[in-house]
Write a protein that binds this ligand. Sequence first.
Ligand code: FES
Length: 72
Amino acid sequence: MLVCHCNGVSDKTVRRAVREGAQSVSEVGRACGAGTCCQGCGPTISRIIRHESHRQAKTSVTNSDASASTTS
Ligand code: FES
């Protein structure tokens, strides 16, 4: 799905930027160009950042649960 129409950036590219460390709309913009023109896609980028952060937190809890069970 195209997230940023101005720069032709897909949700997949935005997700990758977030997974690689971008934590704000401006950081995503620096990483892949999304949101750097009219900023109409800013709310969508924010939603993707929240969703990815939540997903990463869940994965990290799951991983720590797994390592806790292997160490005990
Ligand atoms: S739609 Fe993304 S900057 Fe315009």
